[in-house]
Design a protein around this ligand. Structure first.
Ligand code: ADP
Ligand code: AMP
Length: 217
């Protein structure tokens, strides 16, 4: 199955992606995670992406698309994948469509996580990420047992640089201007399904899995 998760920053895409991908036995491809790992190891790609990420802007399409194309060509993505954070604008969506068409493939479903603005702010301002395993926590909604330490692997939790108030505001503007048009684009393609992404994480996962079953062809 080939799935895209879309929604504003903080909607819970990364949180849901880990459960949905493991349930469907397909790899989760998160462009944000790939960029962050390249920034932390200091690769060329990381150096190119960092200034945009720090500002809360989108990394240029040619950089992002080349990275995704090479990731989707890997063996583990041949039976399907779950994209989290890509595409982020209509040109990226068109490029993805063409890339898949070149391989005689297409997307099955685009799942939109619907959450209101205030909830997104609450989620982003309390988000903490494990430096070691990447697991996402929240200081109030999903706190680790020991503050600042990941329950899964014992790694150190950190607040993302782009989760500071100023950058959050800018990222939400970027979402509205550049990413929101994807909703209409995919609705016109007939593969968009929105789900309520509020409430407990497990409830959102259940709604997502029900939605995915409806779209399996
Ligand atoms: P995204 O990948 O869409 O930016 P994340 O998955 O990183 O969003 O989630 C943002 C924050 O919200 C994290 O701190 C996460 O723990 C928290 N979160 C995710 N889903 C829920 C939920 N259903 N209820 C409360 N908090 C949530
Ligand atoms: P995320 O982890 O999805 O919140 O992404 C963090 C940052 O990585 C974004 O603010 C962008 O700077 C960059 N990024 C992630 N995905 C994309 C994408 N598809 N296109 C451009 N930039 C991206």
């Amino acid at each position: 199955m080939r799935v895209v998760l879309v929604g504003p920053p903080g909607a819970g895409k990364g949180t849901q992606a880990q459960f949905i991908a493991s349930h469907l036995s397909i790899p989760k491809v998160s462009t944000g995670d790939i960029f962050r790992s390249n920034v932390s190891t200091g690769t060329d790609l990381g150096r190119k992406a960092k200034e945009y990420m720090d500002r809360g802007d989108l990394v240029p399409d040619e950089v992002t698309v080349a990275m995704v194309a090479s990731r989707l060509a890997e063996d583990d993505a041949q039976a399907g994948f779950l994209l989290d954070g890509f595409p982020r604008n209509v040109p990226q969506a068109r490029t993805l469509k063409q890339l898949l068409a070149d391989w005689s493939l297409r997307l099955d479903i685009v799942l939109e996580l619907v959450v209101d603005h205030d909830e997104v702010i609450r989620r982003l301002s309390g988000r903490r990420t494990c430096r070691q395993c990447g697991r996402v926590w929240h200081i109030a909604f999903d706190p680790p047992t020991r503050s600042g330490v990941c329950d899964e692997c014992g790694g150190e939790l950190f607040q993302r640089d782009d989760d500071r108030e100023e950058t959050i505001r800018h990222r939400l503007e970027v979402y509205q201007l550049q990413t929101q048009p994807l909703i209409t684009y995919y609705a016109d393609e007939g593969i968009l399904l929105g789900i309520d992404a509020t409430g407990p994480v497990e409830d959102v996962t259940d709604r997502a899995l029900v939605a995915l079953r409806r779209f399996t062809r």
